[in-house]
Write a protein that binds this ligand. Sequence first.
Ligand code: B12
Ligand code: SF4
Length: 603
Amino acid sequence: MMRHADLVLLHPPSIYDFRKRSVMFGPVSDLIPSTPIFEMYPIGFVVLSEYLGKYGYQVRIINVALKMLKGKRYDPEKEIGELNPMAFGIDLHWMPHCHGSIALAEICKRRHPKIPVIFGGLSSSYFHKDLIDNYPDIDYVLRGDSTERPLLQLMDYIRTGDGDLAQIPNLTWRDKDGKTRVNPLTNVLSDLNGFIVDFSYVMKKVMRYRDLKGYTPYANWLEYPATAVLNVRGCTHNCKICGGSSYFFKKSVNRQKPAYRDPGLLADEIGKISKNMNTPIMIIGDILQGGKGYGVDLLNALKKKRIKNPVGFEFFVPPPDDILEMIADAIPHFNIEMSPESHDEGIRRFFGRPYGNEELERMLDTALRLGCDRIDLFFIIGVPRQDYKSVIDTVEYCDRLYKRFAHTKRLLLFISPYAPFIDPGSEAYENPEKFGYRIYCKTVEEHRKAMEQPSWKHILSYETEWMTRDEIVESSYEAALKLNQMRMDYGLVCERKGLKTQKRIIRARETIKEIDRIMAIKDKHEREGLLLALRSKVRDLNENTICDKKDLEWPVRFIRMSVWWVIRNWWHIEIEHRLERWKALITKKPVRVSHLLEKEGEK
Ligand code: B12
Ligand code: SF4
């Protein structure tokens, strides 16, 4: 018997019919665990699911993108058609999912005309009016980064038919006359202490719905199951092209300052993961963003937990030496990630990262001396004031860094283009002329249409005053080739692997040119036929284009889970399921539960 879900959260692939199309995605996802289909669902899904669960709602997550990727014959329409929840939730968090999200909404509505479809995530928040005005398959958009409580209120409304939609904060909806109504965005969490990314909860749900794929966060998670914890929502920085900057949060989702998780609670969360799973743990968000005191408290609390897992720290500016010393003292296996974006200090500062190379290199020195297992530095192509030569100069700076730290293989440098889109709502997106951008996509539909283009060059939503799309593409491949050669020269990759990457980059570069030639053909049928003929070639080139994704994985000896933890979770879910069946036998009328929030005095 299929186990019931009140709300089904669906994560779409970036392009819905990617299995039929010939799209050369290029290096859009080379530096993250996902494939170019962007199959990773928002961590927020887990938080929402757990929160609603506390109030008695059964929420199921289905990673449609991953299922489509893994199963050639998997049919999303069939699976959606067989479900019967009270509502469907679809994320349009990352803009590149606009094609897939809208396609899933259409399927949900076609198969279940009476079941409401709810959108959420940062891109939905930015384009809320556009979505409700122009896409009749979408009934509701919940805006902001704090949708837990409004979603509970909306679910109560859907379940009981009781209440007033106009009173649900953060909601954009269509009234009976078809008019778009925008409720005030007032529900903005001021701290994250009531919320947790609980992996045992995910495990229980996998068992409940017997659906491992539906919950798997990215394609090779079972081989490399990295976990993450969040210390913040919002950001203190204002990187000009970032749609998660303080500018965006203030202006578009009414977050005037970041919300943090108490350092003690965060340490407990990390401790819990470490006790049950020997996986790498990434702390998302710079631990010094909330002030040095926050970082010190967290590290003191972590020291007591005796964490053996590799723990990753991300820093927005190089941390001082004493913090690095505390990290080394608290965490035996630590890694660091930083994104200096460019070697050019002027470009870096203008972008929004206020530090120089001397500070950066001092940090590298100290961290490596203190035994840091791995430092990854990320440079980017497509930022304001950066021309082709500047990209190549960044690669030369990488050479200097590799030379200076030639005694170790623990420093890895990456470069990639900012693609496919400039983040909607970022400062540069809203004031393109001021930052030297020409932006081609301004509406949801323009972004959606862009995703149907045959190559990442054509999908790219921008050009800069300093680089055309062609130059962004060409400099990406040239930089990648040079960096790859460097890795071979410094013994960071074996020659066999290096040469394989080199071949792939050269093939990718040629294929982009071939697609350009096909796109110049006037006859539509001939053009489409030739593009389709390229499909298998393009598919081979769609991953690891400019670097090998495996390089991003941190060294871990072996990954295991506690057997007792797994058994305990399984028992828990079996008992819950039995209780639910008994409850269903005696409960008659649905009741609203969101009023409990006031009683509990929840913020
Ligand atoms: C951590 C992070 C990641 C992690 C992913 C973590 C994850 N699985 O969620 C990694 C590093 C893998 C990543 C990758 C990418 N990221 Co990112 N990421 C972030 C970051 C730094 C923090 C996000 C976060 O902490 N969220 C907190 C959690 C709790 O909230 P949440 O998941 O957003 O969910 C809440 C709401 O959004 C909402 N919600 C979300 N979905 C839904 C659905 C429904 C139905 C409802 C009701 C509500 C809802 O409810 C939740 C709770 O209230 C932000 C920047 C920032 N400062 O926010 C960028 C950011 C979100 N990422 C961004 C981008 C562009 C990407 C990539 C496309 C980049 C790329 N080309 O590779 C990829 C996409 C990966 C994929 N999907 O496969 C942009 C998005 C801009 C935009 N509008 O498109 C941001 C804003 C900034 C940036 N440039 O990095 N990212
Ligand atoms: S890119 Fe900059 S603004 Fe965006 S989340 Fe990172 S530090 Fe904050």
